[in-house]
Design a protein around this ligand. Structure first.
Ligand SMILES: NC(=O)c1ccc[n+]([C@@H]2O[C@H](COP(=O)([O-])OP(=O)(O)OC[C@H]3O[C@@H](n4cnc5c(N)ncnc54)[C@H](OP(=O)(O)O)[C@@H]3O)[C@@H](O)[C@H]2O)c1
Ligand SMILES: C[C@@H]1O[C@H](OP(=O)(O)OP(=O)(O)OC[C@H]2O[C@@H](n3cnc4c(=O)[nH]c(N)nc43)[C@H](O)[C@@H]2O)[C@@H](O)[C@H](O)[C@@H]1O
Length: 311
């Protein structure tokens, strides 16, 4: 960690869930984290000027247009356009300003929808993408490939990508139309508990499987990577290595929140990929594993929800 203290670090997306969990995990580091009002990454000229002016040693890129399955289906144009612009502007701006290190964040949604699980880093672009988040996935793939091309043309530039599985935790987005699965469950079960409702609705038949990792664990992976960029693989999954069914996630949240109702299934709702479990082989070999259990993570997230979102 001592090496990190000496680095001038630019964090994008510092106001978001990943960014906030990272800043809380590293209060002693010199991290510049401009909001989108200070630095709109969609504006290439502003990005170039900012990077030429501040000359960071390392960029941690956690900004993006992010949302769950419903948000992605509602606005594929926005998810492709915004994430493509943000990724291209920042990576090319860093490259032209000769920023030596760049830690990019992708997502397990970049993997082919029918690929064998667990998903390995060499499976990228080997098959059709999941239609519900194709736009977002294309933007993420373009960014990670741009980092890989820069590595090939200038091997001294450490431009590398972590591929996180689904995430949840404090500072998540709990908006019913935009949120990912776990914050949606927390809100729905909390509301049922408050109102005395005996039923909560699950989208789909609940047999799809997801791998949700606590955002604080991703923060630890990012800090480990930032401290040893040269040894980090160019592409590395960061996940748990195990998953749960949608139904199991609902039951676990009900147990943690102490709600004893029953579940109904709305089969008209979208379900997305049947499974997207990532391989943790590379990360384990490199020396990182996640540590937060699902019940501990849900408990901490619910505490945050009660303090910041509960009506
Ligand atoms: N959440 C997940 O399940 C998940 C899973 C895998 C990978 N990831 C990746 O992890 C990263 C962070 O995700 P998150 O969940 O933390 O997202 P989030 O909570 O929605 O935060 C996104 C951040 O991006 C910033 N941003 C958006 N547009 C911007 C722009 N034009 N200029 C500057 N900043 C902009 C926002 O800044 P302002 O608030 O200042 O507007 C916000 O702080 C993303 O790259 C995402 O793809 C997330
Ligand atoms: C990591 C993220 O994964 C995202 O895919 P994805 O896991 O399907 O997105 P999520 O919205 O986190 O999970 C969706 C899964 O949970 C089920 N589900 C059940 N009840 C609910 C609910 O109330 N709300 C929500 N949101 N889902 C629900 C849904 O049918 C689907 O199988 C991508 O769209 C993003 O771009 C990103 O890549």
């Amino acid at each position: 960690m001592a090496q990190l203290k000496a680095k001038r670090i630019l964090l994008t997306g510092g106001g978001g869930m990943v960014g906030q969990n990272l800043l809380e995990a590293a209060p002693h580091l010199n991290i510049d984290h401009p909001s989108s009002k200070t630095l709109d990454l969609a504006k290439a000229n502003d990005v170039q000027a900012y990077l030429q002016d501040t000359k960071p040693d390392l960029i941690i890129h956690a900004a993006g247009k992010v949302g769950g399955i419903q948000a992605n289906m509602a606005d594929p144009v926005g998810f492709l356009d915004k994430n493509l612009a943000i990724g291209r502007n920042l990576i090319m701006g860093a490259y032209e300003a000769r920023v030596p290190e760049f830690l990019n964040l992708a997502s397990t949604c970049i993997y082919p929808r029918a690929a064998d699980n667990p998903l390995r880093e060499d499976m990228v672009l080997t098959g059709e993408l999941e239609p519900t988040n194709e736009g977002y996935a294309i933007a993420k793939i373009a960014a990670l490939r741009l980092c890989e091309y820069i590595r090939r043309q200038r091997p001294e530039m450490q431009y590398k990508t972590l591929i996180p599985c689904n995430l949840y935790g404090p500072h998540d987005n709990f908006h019913p139309e935009k949120s990912h699965l776990l914050p949606a469950i927390i809100r729905k079960v909390h509301d049922a508990k408050q109102s005395g409702a005996g039923k909560v609705e699950i989208w789909g038949d609940g047999t799809a499987r997801r791998e949700f990792m606590y955002a604080g664990d991703l923060a630890s992976a990012i800090l480990a990577a930032a401290a040893q960029m040269s040894s980090l693989p160019d592409l590395m999954n960061t996940g748990l290595g195990h998953d749960h069914s949608i139904n199991d996630y609902y039951q676990t949240v009900a147990d943690v929140l102490g709600w004893h109702g029953t579940f109904t299934h709305d089969l008209s709702k979208p379900v997305g990929m049947k499974q997207k479990l990532c391989s943790t082989e590379k990360a384990t070999a490199w020396g990182w594993t996640a540590s937060t259990s699902l019940t501990d993570g849900i408990t901490k997230t619910y505490d945050y929800f009660l303090e910041n979102h509960a009506s």
